[in-house]
Design a protein around this ligand. Structure first.
Ligand SMILES: [Zn+2]
Length: 311
């Protein structure tokens, strides 16, 4: 396979551009040497997660309802040769998603009459290779905590693109925040250590409470001054995440299936808040008095805070 072959596949993908072509098989968006691939309600990876997301898929600026699945990328060696093709699903570690994107590649290659005679690999393989190339980074790979810190560096994701993905690695609950537009934009959340040192869901335990708080902190782009909370809970009252997290735990996190992966979009959180969170009647949600000072009823969060009335 060489650059000419890759170009034939990229050209076919261009003619099947999801932004302009209404045909059902037009689910692509080629960018340079990558082809972004979109799942639709009728054609998506066969997982419970995608089954759950399919009914909520929206059209947006595209020609059909869809959800971003990931991309495949031509990895060129030298000037002309394709060395390999790298598959990058948006949901890390999902073999079903990887296989589904691979199938889209196979379909495009067949349509372009190109024989894929190079290895098709998961980006995890590439990441591991890059780590092996670098002695310092290899040290990091050995140290899980350092690795987690690397992945916990917050990248900026527009709030409306955010998706929260709960999953288990070696029996430990992790939460990945990702963009539904760009597979390279993601990070792992770390517990704020307010009620627990770990995440959890599916019960009314402290780990579920911690998850509810941290998801909302991320959603509202807030940082709770944990060290000050030792002095007084009042420090937490202006925070939208704090005043709503117990309700969010009982309404959402607690109802998830324990030990199972889940996906919640920022759109779903917004809908849930619109329906369940109680706007402060004194300031109509602004958190401010007319003179610009914090609203004395809600403490500044804009939501009704039961904690405030109790304390
Ligand atoms: Zn208020």
């Amino acid at each position: 396979m060489d650059r000419k072959h890759a170009k034939l596949i990229l050209q076919l993908a261009s003619s099947l551009d999801i932004a302009v072509n209404p045909s059902a098989d037009a689910v692509y968006d080629p960018r340079d040497d990558r082809v972004f691939v979109w799942a639709t309600p009728d054609d998506h990876p066969k997982t419970a997660m995608w089954e759950g997301m399919a009914p909520g898929m929206r059209k947006g600026q595209f020609t059909k309802p869809c959800g971003f699945a990931g991309y495949f990328k031509f990895d060129f060696a030298g000037i002309d040769e394709v060395y390999r093709i790298i598959i990058h699903p948006i949901f890390r570690d999902s073999a079903a998603d990887e296989a589904w994107i691979h199938a889209r590649l196979t379909t495009l290659a067949a349509g372009a009459e190109v024989v894929v005679d190079v290895p098709v690999v998961n980006y995890g393989v590439v990441e591991a290779e890059e780590a092996m190339d670098n002695e310092t980074r290899r040290e990091y790979e050995r140290n899980k905590k350092a690795l987690l810190e690397t992945y916990s560096r917050k990248v900026t994701i527009p709030p409306e693109e955010k998706t929260y993905h709960g999953f288990y690695v070696d029996g430990e609950a992790e939460i990945q925040v990702l963009s539904d537009r760009d597979p390279d934009a993601w990070y792992l959340m770390t517990p704020a250590r307010f009620t627990s040192d770990e995440f959890g869901w599916g019960d009314n335990d402290r780990a579920s409470q911690e998850t509810a708080l941290c998801v909302l902190l991320d959603y509202f782009d807030e940082t709770l001054p944990i060290e000050k909370l030792d002095i007084s809970m009042r420090f937490a009252l202006p925070f939208k995440a704090f005043v709503n997290h117990t309700l969010f735990r009982s309404g959402v996190m607690e109802k998830l299936e324990p030990e199972k992966d889940w996906v919640i979009t920022s759109r779903q959180i917004k809908d849930w808040l619109d329906e369940n969170a109680v706007i402060c009647p004194a300031c109509s949600g602004s958190g401010r008095q007319p003179d610009g000072l914090n609203c004395p009823v809600c403490g500044g969060s804009g939501y009704r805070s039961d904690f405030f009335h109790v304390s």
